[in-house]
Design a protein around this ligand. Structure first.
Ligand SMILES: NC(=O)c1ccc[n+]([C@@H]2O[C@H](COP(=O)([O-])OP(=O)(O)OC[C@H]3O[C@@H](n4cnc5c(N)ncnc54)[C@H](O)[C@@H]3O)[C@@H](O)[C@H]2O)c1
Length: 351
């Protein structure tokens, strides 16, 4: 091969997308590890965290990355092509708006914002550019089981969807977790699942609080039941129980007019070697092992979309999905202190 041929060949090798990551606590560090070691076509170039030493520690395990002091520096950095936001939810609106203003695609962890009005600001800002920039981290859309159920529904195999039953369980939650977190942090995943599976708006939600477990901290209603109704009349139940002390479980059953289907009953390894003459398996400790493949698929699909210029993967949640979820969360929160269901009216969707 001549030197010219060699140079030509080098210029046609696709460059890695350089990702700037904002917030590298539990979720952000997990994404840095994923981009650095498990997915193709990307590398982490710049990191920031409110705690500089946290950023330094995570950066040390991400070859070629450097640390800056502020989210603004990440977003404006010349060696950042795309931004991944995993800071706490109250900072998402401003950080996503800054990424849009800089013309950089952004994958933002859920929630898009802490209220519908802030989320709608993002919808309008993105719409104003005439381009898609915002992907939202509802990773279950990339889970294999979710995909199979969605495909079965779309193919008409289950007939008309009548009832969607969701269960969401955690071993425990961090101190300070309240009923509001139960809605905005936990139920928000099932709220997006409604959009994903049924592709229609939620028109009302009622939040029910049965007797709490003795494991729940003072003031937290755990378990909690949310009852949604969609525009076409499908009912959705979401049973949340976040102090089971056992592990992380997410199950979904769709009851259709022609059949029903359940996902999330993966048993993994079932062993007969347990002590005491028992058999059984393990429950994942938290969301990371349970949805590892879904997170990988989500970030890989995002990188592919950034590389081909579409910016948002086909199955990904968008800014509009983030706004719709925020509107339902707000109504669910209101329902905690209301008598009965609270209705939801979405604002106009920009065409
Ligand atoms: N998709 C999922 O399944 C999933 C799971 C867990 C968390 N999340 C989301 O990820 C986000 C982060 O959650 P987490 O569990 O990693 O929380 P965390 O508290 O472990 O990490 C947040 C990090 O952000 C840093 N930080 C705080 N303020 C910041 C700011 N203004 N700018 C930059 N960094 C800042 C903190 O120092 C911390 O290191 C949240 O929005 C959460 O809802 C999503």
């Amino acid at each position: 091969m001549t030197a010219t041929q060699s140079a030509d060949r080098q210029t046609t090798v696709p460059q890695d997308i350089r990702v700037g990551v904002i917030g590298v606590g539990r979720m952000g560090a997990d994404h840095v590890e994923r981009i650095s070691r498990r997915i193709k076509g990307a590398r982490v170039s710049v990191i920031s965290d409110y705690l500089r030493e946290t950023a330094e520690k995570v950066s040390a395990a991400a070859p070629g990355s450097r640390v800056v002091d502020t989210p603004e520096e990440v977003i404006s950095a010349e060696d950042v092509d795309a931004v991944l936001i995993a800071s706490p939810g109250q900072f998402h609106r401003d950080q996503v708006l800054a990424a849009i203003a800089a013309g950089k695609p952004v994958l933002c962890e859920k929630p898009l914002a802490m209220n519908p009005s802030d989320a709608y600001d993002v919808v309008l800002a993105e719409h104003g550019t005439g381009r898609a920039y915002v992907s939202l981290g509802f990773m279950r859309r990339f889970d294999a089981g979710y995909g199979q159920l969605k495909d079965a529904l779309d193919a008409g195999e289950l007939g008309a969807p009548l009832i969607l039953n969701c269960k969401h369980r955690n071993a425990d939650v961090l101190p300070g977790f309240t009923n509001v977190h139960m809605v905005y942090d936990s139920a928000v995943h099932e709220i997006d699942a409604i959009s994903f599976f049924l592709e229609e708006p939620v028109v009302s939600v009622q939040t029910l609080t049965p007797r709490s477990t003795e494991n729940a901290p003072e003031g937290l209603s755990d378990p909690m039941l949310l009852l949604f109704r969609t525009a076409s009349g499908t009912l959705v139940t979401d049973e949340l129980y976040v102090n089971t002390r056992s592990g992380y479980e997410v199950r979904t059953e769709l009851v259709g007019s022609q059949g029903s289907a359940t996902i999330g009953q993966e048993s993994g390894l079932v062993s007969t070697q347990l002590p005491g003459g028992r058999w059984g398996g393990a429950v994942p400790a938290d969301f990371r092992p349970r949805f590892l493949d879904a997170y990988d698929a989500e970030v890989q699909a995002w990188i592919a979309a950034v590389a081909d210029g579409t910016n948002v993967a086909v199955r990904s949640a968008t800014a509009w999905d983030g706004y719709a979820a925020a509107a339902v969360c707000e109504a669910a929160e209101q329902s905690l202190s209301a008598d009965g269901a609270v209705e939801i009216t979405l604002r106009e969707r920009p065409s």
